[in-house]
Design a protein around this ligand. Structure first.
Ligand code: PGA
Length: 247
C-alpha cells in the first residue's frame, strides 16, 4: 500500500502562502509516499495549477452531501473535483464541534465525495473525557460504523484517527495507545467493508511534527498522517514526508 502524508491547512493560508507549495515540490519531487495538501476552498484552483505534473495532490476540507442545489455557502464534491481536488476530508472534529456534524452526515458526505470520484478522508477520534472514562474504543468503533459508507474501497476511503485532545495541543498518545486504536480500526473496518479494509490507509493525526513523525510511522497499521499546523510550512511538512517515505 502507498502511504499518505496529508496536510490540512484549516482556515489558514493565502495566495502568498502558495510559495510554500513550490518549495515542497522542489524539495520532494518524487517521494515514496503520496503527498497531499488540503487548503481552504478558495485556494484549491490556484494550488491545483501549481501542482500540475508534480507528485503533490490537492484536497479539500469538507463537502456538502448533495451535488448541487439551494445550499447557500456550501460546496459540493463535484465542484471540488472540477477545481482540481482529488481528496476531501470529512468529519474533522472541528467540523463535528463547530457545525454539529453527525456521523450520519459524515457518512453522507463521504458517499457524495466517493460518487464524485474523490477519496474521502473520514476523521474520527475520542475526546479527553472519553479516553479518561475508558470508552475510547467504543466511541471510535461507533463512529467508524456510522461514518464510513458500506461500499467504500481501499481506493476511495482513508481513515484518520485524530484524538481530539491531541489536535493542536502538542500532546500525542503513547505508541501503545496509537497501536491499540489502529489495530482495532483495521479489524472493525473489515467488519464493515470486508477484505478491502486491508488496503485502506489508516492515518494518525494530532500534533504530528518532524520530531515525532518517525516514531509514529514505525507503529503497525499507521499508514501515514493527517497534519495540521506542521503542514503550513514546507520546512516542517517536508521532513514529515521524508520520514514517511523512509518508514
Ligand atoms: P495538528 O492538527 O497537527 O495541528 O494537531 C491535526 C488535525 O487537526 O488534522
Amino acid at each position: 500500500m502507498r502511504k499518505l502524508a496529508a496536510g490540512n491547512w484549516k482556515m489558514n493560508g493565502s495566495l502568498a502562502a502558495l510559495a510554500e507549495v513550490n518549495d515542497l515540490i522542489a524539495a520532494h519531487p518524487a517521494p515514496a509516499c503520496e503527498m497531499l495538501l488540503c487548503p481552504p476552498a478558495t485556494l484549491i484552483s490556484a494550488m491545483a495549477a501549481i501542482v500540475r505534473g508534480s507528485a503533490l495532490l490537492v484536497g479539500a476540507q469538507d463537502c456538502h452531501t448533495h451535488s448541487a442545489g439551494a445550499h447557500t455557502g456550501d460546496i459540493s464534491a463535484l465542484m471540488l473535483a472540477e477545481a482540481g481536488a482529488t481528496h476531501v476530508i470529512v468529519g474533522h472534529s472541528e467540523r463535528r464541534t463547530d457545525h454539529g456534524e453527525t456521523d450520519a452526515q459524515v457518512a453522507a458526505k463521504a458517499q457524495a465525495a466517493q460518487a464524485a470520484g474523490l477519496v474521502a478522508i473520514v476523521c474520527l477520534g475520542e475526546t479527553e473525557a472519553q479516553r479518561d472514562a475508558g470508552t475510547t474504543l467504543a466511541v471510535i468503533g461507533a463512529q467508524l460504523d456510522a461514518s464510513v459508507p458500506e461500499a467504500s474501497t481501499a481506493a476511495n476511503l482513508v481513515i484518520a484517527y485524530e484524538p481530539v485532545w491531541a489536535i493542536g495541543t502538542g500532546r500525542t498518545p503513547t505508541v501503545a495507545q496509537i497501536a491499540e486504536v489502529h489495530g482495532f480500526l483495521r479489524q472493525r473496518l473489515a467488519g464493515r467493508i470486508g477484505a478491502e479494509a486491508a488496503g485502506v490507509r489508516l492515518l494518525y493525526g494530532g500534533s504530528v511534527k518532524p520530531s515525532n513523525a518517525a516514531e509514529i510511522f514505525a507503529i503497525a497499521d499507521v499508514d501515514g498522517a493527517l497534519v495540521g499546523g506542521a503542514s503550513l510550512k514546507a520546512a516542517d511538512f517536508g521532513p514529515i514526508v521524508a520520514a514517511l517515505s523512509a518508514a
